[in-house]
Design a protein around this ligand. Structure first.
Ligand code: HEC
Ligand code: HEC
Length: 139
């Protein structure tokens, strides 16, 4: 599954099968809603602990950032200022937070509890998704 769908968001793909994790995600989201910049519980990965997580969990940072880069066809600095990943100075980072929440909300509308909508579903390797279908082919 993960090999076939490498762009699935880790917290989404777990949600369908692992209800407690889904609840811990919701708890993290409500922390964000009340403006607390806490890293939701869970073990730290190697290296410095993350300082400014409002939505995602510590251990999801690495796989999710990789998925963002591949889904939007961008570099890390598209959303981050150089060499300070915790900074919110780049406004694309806040847009990305809104998108994470939006994708999560869309997935909760599907009755089967599975992850159907990821960043890649809309973005397809572009920072701004295409809205209009291609023009009709010339005969
Ligand atoms: C599409 C935008 C986007 C891209 C591209 C992106 N990030 Fe992020 N990154 C975010 C967002 C949003 C957060 C904060 C998530 C939250 O608040 O829970 C974040 C958080 C982080 C953090 C945690 C910082 C802290 O201390 O709080 C690290 C580290 C990080 N990103 C590394 C990377 C790396 C490395 C890359 C490139 C491989 C990358 N990011 C690409 C949006 C992005
Ligand atoms: C339902 C479709 C959809 C999904 C899912 C989606 N996006 Fe977007 N995203 C858009 C659209 C449409 C725009 C362009 C909005 C505009 O033109 O202002 C956009 C714009 C953005 C931008 C700003 C690009 C720019 O240069 O202004 C970022 C960053 C972004 N999305 C990140 C993400 C991330 C990260 C995910 C996955 C967590 C995601 N998006 C999931 C539709 C989506």
């Amino acid at each position: 599954m993960l090999v076939l769908y490498p762009l699935k968001l880790p917290w989404c793909s777990r949600m369908g099968y692992h209800v407690p994790h889904a609840f811990s995600y919701l708890a993290a989201a409500s922390d964000a809603a009340i403006g607390r910049a806490t890293a939701p519980g869970g073990k730290k990965e190697g290296g410095a602990p993350h300082k400014n997580l409002k939505i995602i969990k510590d251990e999801d940072v690495r796989p999710m950032m990789g998925a963002f880069v591949r889904s939007l066809g961008v570099q890390c600095t598209y959303c981050h200022v150089q060499s300070n990943f915790a900074s919110d100075e780049n406004p694309k980072k806040e847009t990305a937070r809104m998108m994470i929440t939006m994708a999560h909300d869309l997935n909760t509308k599907f009755p089967d509890g599975k992850t159907h909508v990821t960043c890649y579903t809309c973005h397809r390797g572009k920072s701004i998704p295409e809205t209009d279908p291609p023009a009709p082919m010339q005969q």
